[in-house]
Design a binder for this molecule. Structure first.
Ligand SMILES: [Zn+2]
Length: 414
C-alpha cells in the first residue's frame, strides 16, 4: 500500500489501487462487494483509515452510512455540503461504480484543504450502504431509510439470498435494528449533495469530454415474479404430465424483452433467476426471477410493467402454473436540482449535461435536499461488469472538477 497523506498528494487512481484486492470475485470476474460482506467491511475500514489519516473522524449513522466531517472552526454544520458515494457492488461488478466517487471525494478534500480558501459551510464525506441492492434487493437502501423512502419495518424484514433478515445483519454489524429510519433533522441541516460517479454509458465518449453534469435519472423499479408448478423427478415424469415453472419463466423472459423493445427508450432486464430446489435432475417446483424496468416517462414504465404482469400471468396459466407478482421498489424519474446544477455548470464551464438510466443515492436524496451529480468518462460505456473502466487521467480530472465545484459551493455561492 502506498501511504497517502495530505502532504504527498493522494491520487484517485492510487487510492483505487490500494483497494483493488478487496472483494475480487475469481468465479464471476470483477468484484463482489455486497453490503456487510468481509469485502465491504474492509472497504469501510479503508475509508475510515484514509479519513483518520487526514485528521478527521468518522461517524456511523443509525442506518449504517459513514460520515466524515470537515467542520468549520465554529462547529456549525447547518447548510452543510456533502459528497461521496458507495462502496458496495453488484455481483461481479467493476472497480469504479461507487469507489470512484469515494476516492474522488478524498482527493477533492485534500485539494480544498490545500487551497485553504475561506468557506462558509462544513463539508462531509459520506458513504451510503447497500446502494446496489445486491444483497437485500432494494437499491439505495441506506439513503432510502434516511429519506423515509422505505418504511423501517419493510427494511427490517428484507432478506438476503441466504435468508438472513436486514434486521439481523444490521444488528450483527453494530446497528440497532429498531433505530433505523428517517433522519429529518440531519436532512434539514444539509445544504446540498454532489455525488461523483463513473458514467454508465457512452455519452461522454461520443462528446469527447471527460466530465458531465447529471441531468435526470430515469424512473426505474424492480419487480419479483414467482412461478409455482409441481416439483418432480426429471426421469419419471413424462413431458405431457409436467407443470414446469422453468418453462413458464423462460417464455416470460423472452416476452419481457419483446414488450420492452416495442417501447422506444424502455429497458427491461431479467438478470437473476432462481429455481427451487435447483437440482439438475429435478423439475423445479418454483422459479423466482426479478425484472428491472426503466424509462424516462413514468407512465410508460407503469404501462410496460402492467403488460409484463398480464403476459406472465397468461403464460403461467398456459403452462399450468400459478404466478405471484410483487413490486420490490419503484423510483420515479428524478431531475436534479436546477439551481445546483446551474452552479456546477458555472464552476465547470463546457461540461455537458447528461441523463442516466442508473439509480443513485443522489437521486433518492434529491427529494429532500438539492442534489447533483458529476459523471466521469467511461471509455467503453460498460458498467456493472468487470469491463467497467476509467482512464487514470480522467479520474484525476474528475476529482479536480469535484474540488472546483465544491470550492465554489463552500464559499457560500448558491
Ligand atoms: Zn453506483
Amino acid at each position: 500500500m502506498t501511504a497517502p497523506d495530505i502532504g504527498s498528494r493522494a491520487t484517485v487512481s492510487g487510492l483505487l489501487r490500494d483497494i483493488a484486492h478487496l472483494g475480487v470475485d475469481s468465479r464471476r470476474g470483477g468484484y463482489s462487494r455486497p453490503v456487510y460482506s468481509t469485502a465491504e467491511l474492509d472497504l469501510r475500514g479503508w475509508f475510515i483509515a484514509e479519513v483518520e489519516r487526514r485528521g478527521l473522524t468518522v461517524e456511523t449513522d443509525r442506518n449504517g452510512a459513514l460520515w466524515a466531517w470537515w467542520d468549520l472552526p465554529s462547529g456549525d454544520r447547518s447548510d452543510a455540503l456533502i459528497t461521496g458515494s458507495h462502496l458496495d457492488s453488484v455481483p461481479g461488478g467493476g472497480q469504479f461504480d461507487g469507489p470512484l466517487g469515494v476516492a474522488s471525494a478524498l482527493v477533492a478534500l485534500d485539494e480544498l484543504r490545500r487551497r485553504d480558501l475561506p468557506r462558509e459551510r462544513a463539508l462531509a464525506l459520506v458513504v451510503f450502504p447497500e446502494e446496489e441492492g445486491s444483497r437485500f434487493g432494494v437499491a439505495c437502501l441506506g439513503s432510502r431509510l434516511m429519506a423515509g423512502a422505505i418504511a423501517p419495518d419493510a427494511a427490517r424484514a428484507l432478506k438476503d439470498p441466504e435468508g438472513n433478515t436486514f434486521a439481523d445483519v444490521a444488528k450483527a454489524n453494530g446497528l440497532d435494528p429498531e433505530g433505523i429510519g428517517p433522519e429529518p433533522e440531519l436532512l434539514a441541516s444539509l445544504g446540498a449533495f454532489v455525488e461523483l460517479h463513473v458514467e454508465q454509458g457512452l455519452g461522454l465518449i461520443d462528446l469527447g469530454r471527460p466530465i458531465a453534469i447529471g441531468g435526470a435519472i430515469l424512473g426505474h423499479g424492480r419487480w419479483r415474479i414467482s412461478l409455482y408448478g409441481q416439483g418432480n423427478h426429471a426421469g419419471t415424469t413424462l413431458m405431457a404430465d409436467r407443470r414446469d415453472p422453468m418453462i413458464a419463466a423462460a417464455r416470460a423472459v423472452v416476452a419481457i424483452r419483446d414488450a420492452a423493445k416495442r417501447r422506444p427508450n424502455a429497458r427491461a432486464t431479467v438478470g437473476r433467476l432462481q429455481p427451487v430446489p435447483g437440482g439438475t435432475n429435478v423439475i423445479a417446483s418454483r422459479v423466482d426471477f426479478w425484472i428491472d424496468v426503466r424509462h424516462p416517462d413514468d407512465a410508460v414504465t407503469a404501462d410496460l410493467v402492467e403488460e409484463i404482469r398480464r403476459t406472465a400471468e397468461l403464460i403461467a396459466a398456459e403452462e399450468d402454473c400459478t404466478m405471484e407478482f410483487r413490486e420490490e421498489s419503484l423510483s420515479p424519474t428524478v431531475s436534479f436540482d436546477a439551481g445546483l446544477s446551474a452552479q456546477l455548470g458555472r464552476s465547470l464551464p463546457g461540461a455537458p449535461v447528461l441523463d442516466t438510466g442508473a439509480g443513485h443515492d443522489a437521486g433518492v436524496l434529491a427529494a429532500k435536499l438539492p442534489s447533483a451529480m458529476l459523471f466521469v468518462r467511461n471509455p467503453n460505456g460498460v458498467s456493472h461488469s468487470p469491463e467497467e473502466y476509467v482512464e487514470d487521467a480522467d479520474a484525476e480530472i474528475g476529482a479536480a472538477a469535484l474540488a472546483d465545484a465544491l470550492a465554489d459551493l463552500l464559499a457560500g455561492e448558491r
